[in-house]
Design a protein around this ligand. Structure first.
Ligand code: SF4
Length: 369
């Protein structure tokens, strides 16, 4: 805060500025381009929380920035570690509400125990308004969007831990934590730009996946951004009747509209899409469901991730049994669908997205359902 004689003016948080806005802001203070790059790097690559830590800036400049600007940061609040190496973090956001969001580090190891792939799953919103019936976050309702800075903070902090613990940087990022990323479009796109910036986290966009329940307008908009990232569709049911039952968004944006958006996305980007399909016992795991999924997988070049559900307290849908999973997979394979089964990780911690935040006492917000 800056205190004037009669009023208190909030200082701008530099992490709410895009890279261009940051550069313009600093230029107005008389700083040349490379200085702005240095500040950008301190903010996002090193994750500093004060201007005093920006040691390659002059003392006067640091004092000036202290006076007129601010740096907010989402800070780690708690951590749960699973026996399989998965680590679930709860981050507390700045602000009087002390909102908490989750992020997860999921390591895959070579046989000799060396980390091969280190995936980070990040949150983009506090809660979510889409109310999918199987989702712990959906049960919370929606509170607010994260800023792009708060999204990058999760990645930056976990990347630091990854380097410390595994001796290497994170390798992949999935926007599959709390919230619907395309419902917080601007901040998510800006966070992707920062994450893939060599002065930010410096991760190739090909290693970033944004997952959506199927917000068709934003899918087309994303195609036009030409970011080079991967798109995943949270499908979870392969006909409108079943999808309506578990995903309220399908009532307004049904499979026909989704098909149109996915085709338009592929036409523009030439990138295959991924379908995420949680297989629930005796709900969406029949022979007919598999055949419907085959048809969807043929809309454009694609692959399917069959995900084993982590049962969530209070949710009737349950994880599929192995015999039904095998039968379902056989049908997909017979029809030449590229499909992988994803076993859930972190079963011994609160692994379903949103569970940890709910346990920490998050109340209920706005919801479609
Ligand atoms: S699955 Fe995704 S879109 Fe649906 S309620 Fe959960 S966070 Fe929201």
């Amino acid at each position: 805060m800056i205190e004037n004689e009669n009023e208190i003016i909030a200082k701008p948080d530099l992490k709410t500025f895009s890279k261009e806005q940051l550069s313009e802001y600093l230029e107005e203070l008389g700083l040349v381009g490379y200085r702005s790059d240095q500040v950008f790097q301190w903010l996002y690559q090193k994750g500093v929380t004060s201007f005093d830590e920006m040691t390659n800036l002059s003392k006067d400049l640091r004092a000036k920035l202290n006076e007129i600007a601010d740096i907010k940061r989402a800070n780690e609040f708690s951590r749960q570690e699973s026996e399989d190496g998965t680590i679930k973090f709860l981050f507390e956001l700045d602000g009087p509400e002390k909102y908490k969001v989750e992020a997860v580090l999921i390591p895959d190891f070579y046989d000799d125990g060396v980390a091969k792939r280190i995936t980070v799953c990040v949150s983009s919103q506090v809660g979510c308004m889409f109310g999918c019936s199987f989702c712990a976050t959906g049960k919370m309702g929606y509170f607010r969007n994260l800023t792009h800075g708060e999204i990058v903070d999760q990645v930056q902090a976990i990347n630091e831990l990854s380097e410390e613990r595994f001796g290497k940087k994170i390798t992949n990022i999935v926007y599959m934590g709390m919230g619907e990323p395309l419902h917080n479009y601007k901040a998510v796109v800006e966070s992707i730009r920062i994450i893939s910036d060599p002065l930010g986290i410096d991760l190739s966009p090909r290693r970033i996946t944004v997952s959506t329940v199927g917000l068709t307008k934003q899918i087309k908009q994303l195609a036009a951004e030409n970011l080079g990232i991967n798109l995943a569709i949270s499908l979870h049911a392969a006909d409108d009747v079943k999808r309506n039952k578990i995903m309220p968004i399908n009532e307004s944006l049904n499979l026909e509209k989704l098909e149109e958006a996915v085709k338009s996305y592929f036409f523009q980007t030439e990138n295959p899409v991924t379908y995420e399909y949680l297989l629930f016992d005796e709900f969406n795991d029949s022979e007919e469901d598999a055949r419907n999924l085959v048809k969807i997988a043929q809309w454009v070049p694609s692959k399917v991730n069959i995900i084993m559900y982590n049962n969530v307290a209070g949710v009737e849908l349950k994880r599929v049994r192995e015999d039904r999973l095998n039968r379902f997979m056989k049908t997909l394979v017979k029809h030449k669908v590229t499909a992988t089964v994803r076993r859930s990780r972190g079963d011994d911690i609160d692994a379903g997205c949103g569970q940890l935040a709910i346990r920490e006492g998050q109340e209920r917000g706005k919801s479609l359902a």
